[in-house]
Design a protein around this ligand. Sequence first.
Ligand SMILES: [Fe+2]
Ligand SMILES: [Fe+2]
Length: 192
Amino acid sequence: MVKQSKSSQKSKPQAQAKEAVAAANAVELLTAEHGEVAELFDTFESADTAEQQGLAEQICRKLTVHAQIEEEILYPAAKDLLEDDDVDLVNEAAVEHATVKDLIVKLEDMDATDEFYKATVTVLGEYVKHHVEEEETELFPLLQDSDLDLEAMGVELAGRKQELMAELGTDMAAIPGKRTERDVRDPVQAGR
Ligand SMILES: [Fe+2]
Ligand SMILES: [Fe+2]
């Protein structure tokens, strides 16, 4: 489904610095992230209440970073190269991100004991699943058929992701009562 990567371009200094975190092209990287989040949503559904808040916080952080790198890097590039009809697809994706972020804000204001907490995470999961299907079946194939340099974009996405994760980790640590990335161990990863 995903085209094989061309040999990576290492001529740019930025690319050299980031190559350690850029093992995938843009579509591969984003698709892998979709899979990780889907797995976390599955884990959440079967987790006990004590684990659910940590999992939900982890899901929200991953989604926040994922949405931001798509909005900063992928969507503008897609809009530049796609035809008008297909640009609608990108605009719809951006609107869907706004809904995802609204649900994340709601969750951040909720305690895990709230009667709607689990339901909100479940609805977020269903919504993200729908959004991801559209990206993977409609948007990504268009990009794979285009002249877009998915290798270079993979490097850019991975670099920006690292930056945002570091920023988010710092912010989380600064908020009393909020657990940091280090505190919230991923039960999925830990079980591997
Ligand atoms: Fe997206
Ligand atoms: Fe995505």
